[in-house]
Design a protein around this ligand. Structure first.
Ligand code: HEC
Ligand code: HEC
Length: 233
């Protein structure tokens, strides 16, 4: 009994239900936001984002900035909320997603909706092993074994479940994020961290190399790498 009491005192609110007597048990709180986005307002807010993420939201080759274009809206929203609260460490960007700078949930929804109107970079950076190499093929089988269940057979992700789309992301960025997750420096689904941790260093590199070659559906791509976002010309 004593142990239960100590445990209950030390644990987080999420576990409160277990510790409370059944009559007082509260439903877990779940807030579902249904906001109708204002794309014009999103475009205005995106001006500040474009200073780092570039007007096309394509990120950059060395992977400092991710490609945002093409990412699922629920994933973008979750990242903004995680970065805003500090749950996901991003000191450079954090000041720009606060209530006092960008505004409330509506403004976040607006900027995310604007980003979702942008076509993706047709020429993102890929890993070192091309599709005819044995490393690529090994990466492919690792991917279908370990990753496809969540991120989808073609890396398309899942908006409803907030699984990121991996297609089209710059290799350096993706590999860095995967290392952060593996080393528990970016808190996400524990199952993915454990999974990455269980891979050998070679397999880790091979699977990320494979992911970087997953083709983006043609319809989502910009007509050429020279395309520039006309909203910011
Ligand atoms: C001062 C530069 C800077 C500004 C301004 C900025 N960001 Fe970022 N953003 C970053 C960096 C750097 C990262 C990657 C951090 C990392 O490596 O974990 C990032 C990551 C993100 C991610 C996570 C993407 C992913 O898939 O992991 C989203 C979403 C995002 N930014 C959206 C925005 C939006 C929307 C704005 C404008 C409101 C904005 N950013 C403004 C620098 C910036
Ligand atoms: C249990 C489901 C699950 C599995 C299996 C899984 N992931 Fe993930 N992955 C996620 C979720 C959820 C996120 C986003 C977490 C968040 O909200 O920040 C993510 C994020 C990522 C990111 C960062 C994306 C970004 O834009 O920042 C990469 C890269 C990634 N996963 C690669 C992989 C690879 C490679 C594998 C297989 C070895 C894998 N994942 C297996 C659920 C999973």
């Amino acid at each position: 009994m004593k142990i239960t009491r100590i445990l209950c005192r030390g644990l987080l609110i999420a576990i409160a239900v277990i510790c409370s007597p059944p009559a007082a048990a509260a439903e877990p709180i779940r807030v579902v936001l249904e906001l109708v986005p204002d794309i014009d307002n999103g475009r205005r807010s995106f001006e500040i984002c474009a200073r780092c993420h570039l007007p096309e939201a394509w990120g950059n080759d060395d992977g400092t900035y991710p490609q945002l274009a093409g990412q699922h809206v629920n994933v973008l929203m979750k990242q903004l909320l995680d970065i805003r609260s500090g749950r996901r460490a991003n000191p450079a960007m954090q000041p720009f997603v606060q209530q006092r700078t960008i505004g409330g949930y509506q403004d976040l929804a607006d900027v995310v909706a604007y980003i979702s109107t942008l076509p993706m970079n047709p020429d993102h950076v890929k890993g070192p092993w091309p599709p005819d190499s044995s490393e690529y093929l090994e990466g492919r089988s690792l991917y279908s074994q370990h990753c496809a269940g969540c991120h989808g057979a073609t890396g398309e992700g899942n908006n409803g479940l907030s699984y990121p789309r991996l297609q089209g992301q710059h290799y350096e960025y993706m590999a860095r994020q995967a290392r952060l997750v593996r080393d528990n420096l970016r808190q996400i689904k524990p199952s993915m961290a454990a999974l990455l941790g269980a891979l050998s260093a070679e397999d880790f590199d091979k699977v990320l190399n494979y992911v970087s070659y997953l083709p983006v559906p043609q319809a989502d791509l910009a007509p050429s790498a020279d395309w520039r976002n006309p909203d910011f010309q």
